[in-house]
Design a protein around this ligand. Structure first.
Ligand code: GLA
Ligand code: ZN
Length: 673
C-alpha cells in the first residue's frame, strides 16, 4: 500500500460528466475550467454504458478525446472506474446482479448503486471494465488518481448473499455451535440445527437477534469492500504508482470505514452540510474522515458549489459560504477542493442540483465567479498547505461495530444514539479550540494524552488491554454511561458492568436508570472541578455506580440514588480513568473537557481559546511549518487574540500580530513571519 499521497497542487475541480453533453460543448468546458482555475476533473463516474454498450463492445474513443482535451488544458483526471451505475443491458442479461432489498424484494433495473456485492457476474464485469480502463490509460499524462465506483453502500439480502454469509460465518466462527453460542440463539428458542437455516435478516425475517444483525452488517460491509478491493487490485497491478480512492460519506452507518480506509491509498469524501449546519458538526465529519487513516490528509471529493436537490428545502449557499467551508475542509486535513458537479445536467434526477456551470452555460453567474475566485486563490497557495498533519493530543474513539450494537439493542432508551454522543464531546473540544483526532479503538494511542470513548458499549477483543496500557503509561481515559457492557457479539460481560473496563475505572455500575426528554436529575459538584461547581442537569441515562477504588468528583442530586457517584476518577498506574455516569448538557460538558485538558496542560493554540463563531485548526506541514487556520463562521466581524509572535496571513499577504479582525465568513491562514 502506498503511503502519504502528495498531490502536485491543491486539487480544485470535480465531477465532470461529458457523456451527457454533445461533443461541441467539451472544448467550451475546458475553456471554462481554465477560467475557473480548475485543475482536476473526475470522469466518468456513471459512464459504464457509454464505455461498454454491450458485453462485447467497448467504446473508449470518446473518453480518449475527453482526456486528451483535459490534458491539453492542463487539467488532471481523477479517473473513475465507472462501475457505480450498472447498464440496463447488464441487469437484463445477468439478473443475479440486481440487489434484493431489506424487504426481501428483488429490485428492477434503475437508479444506481444497485448491484449485489456477491454477484459473480458483477465482479467479473466490473473488474473487466477497470482492467480495460487501466490498460488503456496507464500512460495517459492526465491520469492522477483512481476513483473506484461511487459512494458504495447498498446492502443486499439475496440468496447469493445468504450463501456467502454462511461461508463468512464458517470462516469466522468455525462451527454452527459457535454461531449459536455467539448469537445467544437459545433465547426464544432460535437455535439453528443446520447452516442452511441461516437466512439474511430481511424485514419479514429474523431481526430480533442482535448478534446476527451485527454480523450481517460486518458481512455486507466486507462484501461491498471486496468489490472495491477487486477493482483496486486490478488497478494496482497495472498502475502501481497511481493512488486509489473511493468517495466515502462521513458518518455513514452501513460501512465500517476503518476497514475500508486500510484498503485505500487516500481517503476521499463527499461533504453536504445542510444550510445553517453547525460548523462543529461539519468539522466532526471531516475529522472522522481524517482519522480513518490516523491523520493522513484526505480529499474533499464532492461538495455542492451552491445548492443541493435532495433536502426538503434546497436553499442557496450564501455568498462566501462555499469558500469558508472549503477552507474549513482544508483546515481539517483536505488537500483538495472538489465539487459535484461541473455542469448542471439538462434533465433527470439532479437537474436542480448546484453545479459550477449553471444552466445558462456562461461564466457570468455568482456561483461560477465564486468558484473561479477560490480557484485563483488556491493557486496562490501553491503546495504550501499540502500534506499537513493535525497535531492532536486528544483522541476521540469511534467504532462502527459499537454503533451498530448500541442501536440494535432494544432498550434502555430510544434516545440513545451513538453519533450524537460522540459529537457532543467533539463539540466541547471544538468550542475550546482544541484539536482532536477521531480514531478506531484499535488505533495506536501513543500520540495522545487524553482518550475519550463516549458510550463504549462494545469492548472488542484487545481494546481493554490497549486502554489499560495507555492509562498505565500515564494517559487519561474518559468514558461514559453504557460502556463496557458487551463483547463483539453483543453478549453481556457477566460479573458486573463495566465488564473489562471495571478494573481500570475502579467502579461497579449496578443499574441503569433512564430519563425521558422531559426528565432530568442533577450532577452536584460539592468540590469544584475546574470551573464546574454546584448543580448541572443530568440527562438520558443515570448509571448507579459503586466506588471500587475510584473517587467521586460529583454525585447525583435527586431521587433514590441521590448522593451516589455521577462522575468518578481512578488512579491507575501512572494515569487516570474517568467515568461520567450520566449525560451532561453542552455547557457543562465543555467545562468538564476544559478541566480534563487543563490538568494535562492541553490548550488551544489561541490564547484563551477561540471567540464564539471562530474555528481554529493547526496543520503541520511535512517541512515542519505550522499553518494556523482561523475561520469566522459568525455573521459579524470578530476580533480574535492571537498567540505571541509575528505572523503572515497567506491569503491576504498581510502581517498580523497580537490580534486579528476576521470579517464574517473570513479566513486567515497564519504562518510565523
Ligand atoms: C452524491 C453522489 C453524486 C451526486 C451528489 C448530489 O454525493 O456521489 O453523484 O448525486 O450526491 O448531492
Ligand atoms: Zn446479494
Amino acid at each position: 500500500m502506498r503511503k502519504d499521497v502528495m498531490f502536485p497542487a491543491i486539487l480544485h475541480g470535480g465531477d465532470y460528466n461529458p457523456e451527457q453533453w454533445p461533443e461541441e460543448i467539451w472544448a467550451e468546458d475546458v475553456r471554462l475550467m481554465r477560467e475557473a482555475h480548475v485543475n482536476v476533473a473526475t470522469v466518468p463516474v456513471f459512464g459504464w454504458v457509454s464505455l461498454q454498450p454491450d458485453e462485447d463492445t467497448f467504446t473508449f474513443e470518446w473518453l480518449d478525446r475527453v482526456l486528451d482535451k483535459l490534458h491539453a488544458g492542463g487539467i488532471y483526471a481523477c479517473l473513475a472506474t465507472a462501475t457505480a451505475s450498472v447498464p440496463a443491458w447488464l441487469d437484463q442479461k445477468y439478473p443475479d446482479v440486481l440487489v434484493v432489498g431489506a424487504d426481501g424484494r428483488k429490485r428492477k433495473h434503475g437508479n444506481r448503486h444497485t448491484f449485489c456485492p456477491n454477484s459473480p457476474n458483477f465482479r467479473r464485469l466490473s473488474t473487466g471494465l477497470s482492467r480495460r480502463l487501466a490498460e488503456r490509460y496507464r500512460d495517459h499524462p492526465a491520469l492522477l488518481v483512481w476513483h473506484v465506483s461511487n459512494e458504495y453502500g447498498t446492502y443486499c439480502y439475496c440468496d447469493q448473499c445468504a450463501a456467502a454469509f454462511r461461508e463468512w460465518l464458517k470462516a469466522r466462527y468455525g462451527s454452527l455451535e459457535q454461531v449459536n453460542d455467539r448469537w445467544t440463539t437459545r433465547f426464544w428458542g432460535h437455535t439453528y440445527t443446520d447452516w442452511s437455516q441461516i437466512e439474511t435478516p430481511t424485514s419479514n425475517g429474523e431481526r430480533s437477534m442482535q448478534g446476527l444483525l451485527i454480523d450481517y452488517d460486518r458481512f455486507q460491509s466486507d462484501s461491498i469492500l471486496n468489490c472495491f478491493r477487486a477493482e483496486a487490485a486490478v488497478l494496482r497491478g497495472v498502475t502501481p504508482n497511481v493512488p486509489i480512492t473511493t468517495n466515502l460519506m462521513g458518518p455513514f452507518k452501513p460501512l465500517d470505514y476503518h476497514k475500508w480506509a486500510a484498503e485505500m491509498d487516500v481517503v476521499s469524501w463527499d461533504s453536504y452540510p445542510p444550510r445553517g449546519a453547525d460548523p462543529a458538526g461539519i468539522a466532526f465529519n471531516h475529522d472522522l474522515m481524517r482519522g480513518l487513516k490516523e491523520g493522513q490528509p484526505f480529499m474533499l471529493m464532492e461538495q455542492t458549489p451552491s445548492q443541493q436537490n435532495w433536502q426538503a428545502y434546497n436553499s442557496l449557499k450564501r455568498p462566501g459560504v462555499m469558500r469558508l467551508w472549503s477552507y474549513q475542509a482544508m483546515a481539517h486535513g483536505a488537500d483538495t477542493v472538489m465539487y459535484f458537479q461541473w455542469r448542471r445536467s439538462r434533465g433527470a434526477q439532479e437537474k436542480y442540483h448546484g453545479a459550477v456551470v449553471e444552466h445558462v452555460g456562461t461564466s457570468q453567474p455568482r456561483v461560477f465567479q465564486e468558484v473561479a475566485a477560490l480557484g485563483k486563490e488556491l493557486e496562490t497557495l501553491g503546495t504550501r498547505t499540502l500534506g499537513g498533519r493535525v497535531p492532536a493530543q486528544v483522541a476521540l474513539l469511534f467504532d462502527w461495530d459499537n454503533w451498530w450494537a448500541i442501536e440494535y439493542s432494544s432498550g434502555p432508551s430510544v434516545d440513545l444514539k451513538y453519533v450524537p454522543q460522540c459529537a457532543a464531546w467533539y463539540k466541547a473540544l471544538h468550542a475550546l479550540g482544541i484539536p482532536v483526532e477521531i480514531v478506531s479503538p484499535l488505533a495506536d494511542l501513543s500520540p495522545y494524552q487524553i482518550v475519550i470513548a463516549p458510550v463504549l458499549y462494545m469492548v472488542k477483543p484487545g481494546v481493554a488491554e490497549r486502554l489499560e496500557a495507555f492509562v498505565q503509561a500515564g494517559g487519561a481515559f474518559v468514558t461514559t454511561f453504557f460502556s463496557g457492557l458487551v463483547d463483539e457479539n453483543d453478549r453481556v460481560y457477566l460479573g458486573g458492568y463495566p465488564g473489562p473496563l471495571r478494573r481500570m475505572l475502579g467502579i461497579w455500575a449496578e443499574e441503569i436508570d433512564v430519563l425521558s426528554p422531559q426528565e432530568s436529575n442533577e450532577v452536584i459538584f460539592a468540590e469544584p472541578f475546574g470551573n464546574l461547581r454546584g448543580s448541572h442537569a443530568a440527562r438520558l441515562l443515570c448509571d448507579r455506580v459503586h466506588l471500587e477504588g475510584a473517587r467521586a468528583l460529583a454525585t447525583y442530586g435527586r431521587d433514590f440514588y441521590q448522593g451516589e457517584p455521577a462522575l468518578t476518577v481512578n488512579q491507575f498506574g501512572q494515569g487516570r480513568a474517568y467515568y461520567l455516569a450520566t449525560a451532561l448538557e453542552g455547557g457543562a460538558l465543555t467545562e468538564l473537557v476544559r478541566a480534563l485538558c487543563d490538568e494535562r496542560g492541553i490548550a488551544s493554540p489561541l490564547p484563551g481559546g477561540p471567540m464564539p463563531g471562530v474555528e481554529v485548526m493547526p496543520r503541520v506541514s511535512p517541512s515542519g511549518e505550522t499553518l494556523l487556520y482561523l475561520l469566522n463562521h459568525a455573521q459579524t466581524t470578530v476580533t480574535q487574540a492571537l498567540p505571541e509572535g509575528e505572523y503572515q496571513d497567506l491569503l491576504s499577504g498581510q502581517a498580523v500580530q497580537g490580534h486579528a479582525d476576521i470579517p464574517p465568513r473570513g479566513v486567515l491562514i497564519l504562518v510565523p513571519a
